[in-house]
Design a protein around this ligand. Structure first.
Ligand SMILES: NC(=O)c1ccc[n+]([C@@H]2O[C@H](COP(=O)([O-])OP(=O)(O)OC[C@H]3O[C@@H](n4cnc5c(N)ncnc54)[C@H](OP(=O)(O)O)[C@@H]3O)[C@@H](O)[C@H]2O)c1
Length: 350
């Protein structure tokens, strides 16, 4: 009888172990596994199981397990549902990133330092810069002088294609110019010759703890399909042009379906186009109904689509206004009215 009880106990233990599924590390698609294509992630509602911003990937394994979805075919993808309470999203790298920030294209020198400082003072904790913006030093200066703990600020920078051939040196250059210890996320700014090798250099810097997360910019469906099989770390984020006149409605669900966060550049249409977009009749009408500005409606529309926003501004009032996105919600009908404005109209060449 004892022998039978022992056998049953062993059997029960085996069943329990197999029901536990994968270890959190194995489900951590971004860092260790090649990408597996799965159906689209849900993007509505608030996510649970988030981490403090300074959490390291190893520390986040339990939350990662909660923030992943097991599909019928056994593959697992990261849950990139936005958390509207913490105003963050969990990246597939295990780091938490704010869902709104400041873009710094065309802001240089003192203007850049002042704009980033104004943003940080208004509660912005995500700053987007790039080698090509010639302002990494200024962004770093504002971050260092802010008095805000480094771990609370998320800085994205980018390697330009003319740096791909010497990516390792370019990464060191970015670290030196920013001078903020580590880089939260580095993107390849555009597809280009040697992009996979440059990405591998970033992967190495991730291993060395110099960079925390890696991503791409201006990669669309075809480019992603070709690129992803060549890399080891699934990108945590793709940053593309997205605004009501260029919505990328085919691209966004594809990227999000891979557990990769989408971030939109030119959210207000980009300089030279903002007046037309902010003055759009539909957007203005919706803004009036909510007692908000057109800019806020466009930014909120992005957030409700699961798209991270990084509007650029050097005006402290606009910078503050662009953070006040969480005291109203667009109805399904209002979202559809803005969706109907799509013209497939790119405001830049890439
Ligand atoms: N990856 C890429 O290839 C790529 C390409 C382009 C841009 N980006 C990134 O995306 C960011 C955003 O793009 P962007 O800055 O060029 O264009 P944008 O955010 O679409 O528009 C910026 C313009 O909007 C105005 N603005 C901002 N907030 C406003 C508000 N609340 N009300 C009225 N006007 C407002 C700004 O003027 P004021 O200064 O007067 O506020 C500025 O002229 C860039 O800064 C950059 O970080 C990336």
């Amino acid at each position: 009888m004892k022998r039978l009880t022992d056998m049953l106990a062993v059997l029960l233990l085996a069943v329990m172990l197999s029901a536990c599924g994968k270890e959190p590390e194995e489900t951590h698609a971004g860092q260790t596994e090649k990408l597996e294509l799965t159906e689209q992630t849900e993007t509505s509602g608030a996510a649970t199981g988030t981490l403090s911003v300074d959490a390291k990937p190893e520390e986040s394994s339990m939350a990662d397990a909660e923030d992943t979805q097991q599909k019928g075919d056994g593959s697992v993808i990261n849950d990139i549902t936005f958390n509207f309470e913490t105003k963050t999203v969990m990246l597939n790298s295990g780091y938490e990133m704010p869902i709104f920030g400041l873009g710094t294209y065309s802001l240089t020198g003192k203007t850049c330092v002042d704009s980033v400082t104004a943003a940080l003072n208004s509660g912005v904790r995500l700053i987007d810069t790039a080698y090509m913006y010639h302002n990494e030093e200024s962004v770093g200066e504002a971050v260092r002088n802010s008095g805000i703990p480094r771990e609370e600020i998320f800085v994205i920078t980018k390697l330009y294609p003319n740096q791909f051939a010497h990516a390792e040196a370019a990464i060191e250059e970015a670290l030196e110019k920013l001078d903020i210890g580590y880089i939260d996320m580095m993107l390849l700014h555009h597809p280009g010759t040697g992009d996979a090798d440059a990405y591998h250099a970033i992967e190495k810097a991730v291993e060395e703890g110099k960079i925390r997360s890696v991503g791409l910019s201006n990669w669309y469906v075809k480019e992603l399909e070709e690129f992803l099989p060549q890399v080891n770390i699934t990108p945590a984020l793709v940053q593309n042009e997205i605004h009501p006149y260029y919505q990328e409605n085919d691209v966004i669900p594809y990227i999000q379906g891979l557990g990769i966060v989408v971030q939109g550049w030119y959210p207000l249409g980009g300089r030279g186009h903002t007046a037309e977009l902010l003055g759009n009749e539909v957007i203005s009408e919706i803004a009036q109904a909510h007692g908000k500005s057109s800019a806020q409606v466009i930014l909120r529309w992005n957030l409700q689509k699961g798209v991270v926003v990084i509007p650029g501004s050097s005006n402290p009032d606009h910078i503050k206004e662009n953070t006040e996105l969480f005291d109203f919600e667009l109805t399904k009908e209002e979202m559809e009215r803005i969706n109907a404005l799509d013209r497939g109209e790119k405001h830049d060449w890439y």
